[in-house]
Design a protein around this ligand. Structure first.
Ligand SMILES: Cc1cc2nc3c(=O)[nH]c(=O)nc-3n(C[C@H](O)[C@H](O)[C@H](O)COP(=O)(O)OP(=O)(O)OC[C@H]3O[C@@H](n4cnc5c(N)ncnc54)[C@H](O)[C@@H]3O)c2cc1C
Length: 301
């Protein structure tokens, strides 16, 4: 259960009391405000606040372009132009603040994105909940044989069961020890800031995470990508759906140019040109090494 009944009541209450505002609002994002979207087994993501919409991007861009940009005269065209040409600062005019509940090992990957503001639940001050991420059977996979940073076939049968048992038992045992060390029953009780150190990386933490749309797109480009670990990708994909409702024009441009587009090296462009005139190009005469060639061929499926 990602939310307690009290937390849900708080959200229902906040949503039941809208206040009029003179600020620009994005109808699609209003629907998401405070709503907790479940992610993984105990995680969640919800929008706490936001600023701006597609028009805010256009408005900011028109400050730099003013009149006379006939080629990019409509909002959608202008946003696509900005995205295509990496004119990124207008996207920074939109901001969003999320509340995220996530396993610590996902938080470690996430925190590498430095261009955001973060405030995390303090395990020095508070006691962490007994909540651990245990992968669903379809996500319990073996080490990949082709990608050192990835997984391969799904584990099956007795091996899958044994792994799940180990994960559950170790999680529960370490939490029992955590509680045992904290307890002030007949002992002083270890400080919370020390007792937490034996908790495994699949325990859940929570934070508020605020960023602007440009940096959010950068995060999503990396973490909604097939190369990102499934667990962080699950959060990124939920955020993609939220952003698509918030700034539909900007998200469509991002989806087209960044998520759907590819970046080619000079050698890659050369190979394409040679193929277009009917030449047979292989890795050996492409100038690319084996890894580059595999990735280049992978782009075309
Ligand atoms: C698939 C994948 C695998 C990864 N594997 C590893 C790994 O094995 N080990 C590991 O340590 N990390 C790994 N990472 C993390 C990765 O190296 C980046 O740290 C992370 O993706 C954050 O990216 P970023 O620095 O671009 O983002 P942000 O920190 O949000 O920065 C955004 C942009 O701001 C600029 N910027 C921010 N801070 C600075 C700065 N101090 N100096 C100069 N420019 C700055 C850069 O242009 C940067 O791209 C991996 C990431 C992915 C997606």
């Amino acid at each position: 259960m990602p939310l307690t009944p009290e937390q849900q009541a708080e959200i229902d209450d906040a949503r039941a009391n809208p206040r009029p505002t003179l600020r620009a609002v994005a109808e699609g994002m209003e629907r998401h405000l405070y709503v907790a979207h479940p992610v993984l087994d105990h995680g969640l993501i919800r929008v706490i606040d936001y600023m701006g919409d597609d028009s805010a991007i256009v408005q900011a861009a028109r400050v730099s372009y003013g009149r006379g940009t006939k080629a990019v005269s409509n909002d959608e065209g202008l946003i696509r132009y900005l995205m295509r040409h990496w004119h990124s600062t207008p996207f920074e005019m939109c901001e969003v603040k999320f509340h995220v509940k996530l396993p610590v090992f996902v938080a470690r990957q996430w925190i590498r994105h430095r261009t955001a503001n973060v405030n995390e639940y303090s395990a020095r001050y508070s006691i962490l909940d007994r909540e651990f991420y245990i992968p669903a059977p379809e996500h319990l996979a073996a080490q990949s044989t082709v990608n050192n940073q990835g997984r391969g076939e799904v584990l099956a049968g007795a091996e899958a069961q044994r792994v799940l048992d180990i994960l559950r038992e170790d999680s529960m045992r370490s939490y029992d020890h955590y509680e045992g060390m904290l307890s002030q029953d007949g002992q002083q009780g270890l400080a919370r800031e020390l007792a937490r150190m034996n908790l495994p990386a699949n325990i859940y933490t929570q934070w508020y995470w605020k960023t602007d749309l440009h940096n959010l797109f950068h995060f999503l480009r990396l973490r909604a990508d097939a190369h990102a670990q499934y667990e962080i990708r699950a959060y990124a994909e939920t955020m993609c759906r939220i952003v698509a409702d918030w700034v539909p024009l900007a998200y469509a441009a991002f989806e087209d140019y960044r998520l759907g587009g590819v970046q080619l090296s000079g050698k890659g462009v050369e190979v394409l040109k040679r193929r277009l005139v009917g030449e047979t190009v292989t890795q050996e005469n492409s100038g690319m090494n084996k890894g580059e060639w595999r990735e280049f061929e992978g782009v075309w499926g």
